[in-house]
Design a protein around this ligand. Structure first.
Ligand SMILES: [Zn+2]
Length: 206
């Protein structure tokens, strides 16, 4: 339907079971607490598109309150098409998935609002660690405010920040991150009094 302002309104109902989807105003990814389905609101089409949402089970156990923050996780197959730098050919490879020569892995990008430097740090640390964990379906998820499309732009930003940090002088680069199969994984963080947030997967402090 269209209201008088011309804004299109989408009924936030689970397309699978019809339950109302619980969400905050800025959320664009929704989790149905009734049937565990996930949906992304695709703005151009005003459409709810199914997306897989899982919750990571903490690897590190801490006696503190747990909050879940959503991340977009893509399969990535990075190809450098050309790279023009002043230095030697070394540093040609990306070093994003923890090893110099690894170009295939999971690319993590925060899906929640956080300052850009934090987004870069979190995306990089999880992508470099390639953490292993079990997942479950669980209750509710809020705060997923970035679309999979936004996440792909952030992936470029994270990737280029690594490239730009290398010691040679990068003049130009042509690459393809080869991102596919977007899904959302809610990552547990512990609220530790005095030291902020500690992620429940690697145990890093933020
Ligand atoms: Zn449902």
């Amino acid at each position: 339907m269209t209201d008088h302002s011309g804004l299109r309104l989408v009924a936030l109902k689970c397309q699978k079971c019809g339950s109302l989807l619980n969400a905050d105003t800025k959320d664009i990814v929704f989790y149905c607490g009734n049937c565990d389905s996930g949906f992304e609101l695709i703005n151009e089409k005003d459409e709810l598109v199914p997306v897989n949402i899982d919750f990571a089970i903490p690897v590190k156990k801490m006696n503190a309150e747990v909050v879940y923050y959503p991340f977009w996780v893509f399969d990535a197959n990075i190809k450098i098409i050309s790279r023009d730098a002043a230095g030697s050919i070394t540093g040609f490879i990306m070093n994003i998935f923890g090893k110099e020569d690894k170009n295939v892995g999971k690319f993590y990008i925060p899906a929640f609002e956080t300052p850009l430097e934090n987004l870069r740090k979190l995306g990089l640390e999880f992508s470099k660690a390639q953490p292993e964990f079990e997942v479950i379906k669980k209750g509710k998820l809020k705060g997923c405010t970035y679309s999979s499309k936004d996440a792909m732009k952030f992936a470029d930003f994270i990737f280029l920040s690594i490239e730009a940090a290398k010691s040679d002088t990068l003049r130009s680069i042509s690459y393809d991150l080869g991102l596919s199969s977007p899904k959302v994984i809610a990552i547990p963080f512990y609220k530790v009094s005095g030291s902020g947030l500690v992620d429940g997967i690697m145990g890093n402090q933020y």
